[in-house]
Design a protein around this ligand. Structure first.
Ligand SMILES: [Zn+2]
Ligand SMILES: [Zn+2]
Length: 186
């Protein structure tokens, strides 16, 4: 499937957003305060965001939970319903843009949208393309039992089971190594 630069950025953003809320440890929220949300916005180059407030923080946390459900959706129909709700609530204004030297692409967030609505519209549409392409199952959660981070599997044959965090990558290598040893030992 063709993934444009902007879709790729939106995917990275939504994955990072979902992963600021670890499933097992609600205490270690990656978006603890407005300053952290400001860092998130800057790091992901989210454009046209005004002054952030506590209201923005709670709104972003709310849509983060809804995005997490999309990554946990068992099938395309469930994912589609969740994405429709997210995008509808955000109120979108699709428009073509070639800002900052990028090729023509579509922005979905309405002018003056809050950061939560911006994320819901543009990240929601990025995820929508996967449903349209019949690729919803690429939106995954890591299968390592104590990880469960969200990721998008962009491998050719949809074979990725673990996120690319160092821990999960290493665990995979160790498991493969042990299996080989066991086999060799007969
Ligand atoms: Zn753009
Ligand atoms: Zn993982």
């Amino acid at each position: 499937m063709l993934i444009t630069h902007d879709t790729r950025c939106a995917l990275d953003t939504v994955v990072d957003l979902v992963n600021t809320a670890p499933e097992d440890e609600p205490a270690s929220d990656g978006l603890p305060d407005v300053a952290a949300l400001g860092d998130f916005v800057r790091n992901h180059e989210i454009s046209d965001v005004g002054t952030l407030s506590e209201f923005d923080l709670s709104a972003v946390r709310k849509i983060r939970g809804r995005f997490a459900s999309v990554f946990a959706a068992p099938d395309a129909r469930t994912a589609a319903g969740l994405i429709n709700e997210l995008v509808a609530a955000a109120g979108t204004t699709p428009r073509l843009t070639d800002h900052d030297g990028y090729d023509w692409h579509v922005h979905y967030f309405a002018p003056g949208a809050s950061v939560a609505d911006h994320l819901a519209a543009d990240c929601g549409m990025a995820l929508a393309f996967f449903v349209v392409a019949g690729e919803q199952e690429r939106l995954r959660r890591c299968e390592a039992p104590d990880c469960r981070r969200a990721f998008v599997d962009l491998s050719r044959n949809r074979s990725r089971r673990y996120c690319d965090s160092r821990t999960c990558g290493n665990r995979l290598h160790v498991a493969a190594y042990r299996a080989r040893r066991k086999e060799a030992a007969g």
